[in-house]
Design a protein around this ligand. Structure first.
Ligand code: PMP
Length: 428
């Protein structure tokens, strides 16, 4: 494939945008080479600036669950645009999408819309702190909740009880209030709760992790967290930015039957426009300004175009719930196909999957947490990524990302993908 124009565009971008990208993971830093610049997309396909066509397994990192340029979503945005793009006042459509979200998701009475998943998680944690009058939070190594200061803390080497900032600019003062636990390890959480008795406002996690590849919670893990929170007056926050409106209409709470106190959303809920949201029971949500003391705001929050895109998306998912079964089936088909060719090519691998989230790890060991995810063969992943790209398959340029499956994929697309996986891993 020829990537000439993408490379020229990247060179120009680097002169005026740090690293040439507006979000780091878009650069091909982990896999080498220049990123491809996408010009347009339709259904399951991306078309780049050189005219190359790709089957897309990123789907804007999740939102495009029904495919790119999905007609009902595009039409809704166009119609809304004609009426003005932002007023900074309440609009009826905000209530409509809120009513629908509250209907689809269990255990929530009220929802507030923001502009990104980062904002949603940041605001949910502030609300939890305000509601409980406690300051510390527990997060899990390998879980991503956006780039707000409190979340840019990860386990370095060895077990840590107190967070260390892993990005310059995050102060020690902030870092010390974020405690780190190990995903799928309830004991590590119990220890933190015991040694910080009465000080923990909330536990925030991806109830199915997607930012260290796809890592489902092991049996009893979420239930154990729920119990621990109930016993210690701690709020449990499910970050469903990836999983919400994807793993089930009501997200992980519905799929796995565990209740959260606050839930955060992003990606699918905005239909591809910049939207995030956080939600919970009235008793907690009413702590928010203007009726409660916890401040949270946004000039463009609930923007009419964003709400129109989100409402069109959620309406379709609500009215046609067989979509969830359909994407799960397609993902299972891909799973089985890749499993079989990797096995016959003798490639050490582990494929993790739940519903329409799936990731391929080049490691034979079970991948259950950040450490085991980091154990994968990075060199092989780079070759795999390059081979996929050069054969017209677009996966995330990092081994620590889940693949996002769209219902726009046909079984022919899946067969082609499996055939490419077979071809490029023959000499691995
Ligand atoms: N939470 C999770 C689970 C995410 O995957 C992401 C983004 N990938 C975020 C929060 C942050 O969302 P945003 O990039 O919209 O700020």
């Amino acid at each position: 494939m020829n990537y000439k124009r993408s490379s020229a565009l990247f060179e120009a971008a680097q002169k005026v945008i740090p690293g040439g990208v507006n979000s780091p993971v878009r650069a091909f830093t982990a896999v080498g080479g220049d990123p491809v610049f996408i010009e347009r997309a339709e259904g399951a396909y991306l078309f780049d600036a050189d005219g190359n066509k790709y089957i897309d397994y990123i789907n804007s990192w999740g939102p495009m669950i029904l495919g790119h340029a999905h007609k009902p979503v595009v039409d809704a945005i166009i119609e809304k645009t004609k009426m003005g793009t932002s007023f900074g006042t309440p609009t009826e459509i905000e209530t409509k999408i809120a009513e629908l979200a509250v209907k689809m998701v269990p255990n929530i009475d009220k929802i507030r819309f923001v502009n990104s998943g980062t904002e949603a998680c940041m605001s949910a944690v502030r609300l939890a702190r305000g509601y409980t009058s406690k300051e510390k939070i527990i997060k899990f190594a390998g879980c991503y909740h956006g780039h707000s200061d409190s979340f840019l803390i990860q386990a370095g080497s060895g077990a840590m009880t107190f967070g260390t900032p892993n990005s310059p600019g995050v102060t020690q003062g902030t870092a010390k209030d974020t405690l780190l636990a190990k995903y799928n390890d309830l004991k590590s959480v119990v220890e933190l709760v015991e040694s910080n008795s009465g000080e923990i406002a909330c536990i925030i996690l991806e109830p199915v992790a997607g930012n260290m590849g796809c890592i489902p919670p092991q049996n009893g893990f979420l239930e154990g967290l729920r119990r621990l929170c109930d016993e210690n007056d701690i709020l449990l926050i499910f970050d469903e930015v990836m999983t919400g409106f994807r793993l089930a209409p009501g997200g992980v709470q519905e799929r796995l039957g565990v209740k959260a106190d606050l839930v955060t959303f992003g990606k699918v809920i905005g239909g591809g426009l910049p939207v995030g949201a956080f939600a919970g029971r009235s008793g907690i949500m009413d702590y928010l300004a203007p009726i409660g003391p916890v401040y949270q705001a946004g000039t463009l929050s609930g923007n009419p175009l964003a709400m129109a895109a989100g409402l069109a998306m959620l309406t379709e998912l609500d009215e046609n719930r067989s979509i969830f079964e359909s994407i799960d089936k397609k993902t299972a088909y891909l799973h089985m196909g890749m499993e079989s060719v990797l096995k016959s090519n003798n490639v050490a691998h582990t494929i993790n999957r739940i519903g329409s989230m799936i990731s391929v790890h080049f490691s034979e060991q079970p991948v259950t947490d950040f450490e085991s995810a980091a154990h994968g063969n990075n060199h092989l992943f780079k070759e795999f990524f390059r081979g996929m790209l050069d054969n017209g398959i677009y996966i995330a340029p990092s081994a620590f990302e889940t693949w996002f499956i769209t219902d726009a994929l046909s079984y022919e697309d899946l067969d082609r993908t499996i055939a490419v996986v077979e071809k490029i891993t023959r000499d691995f």
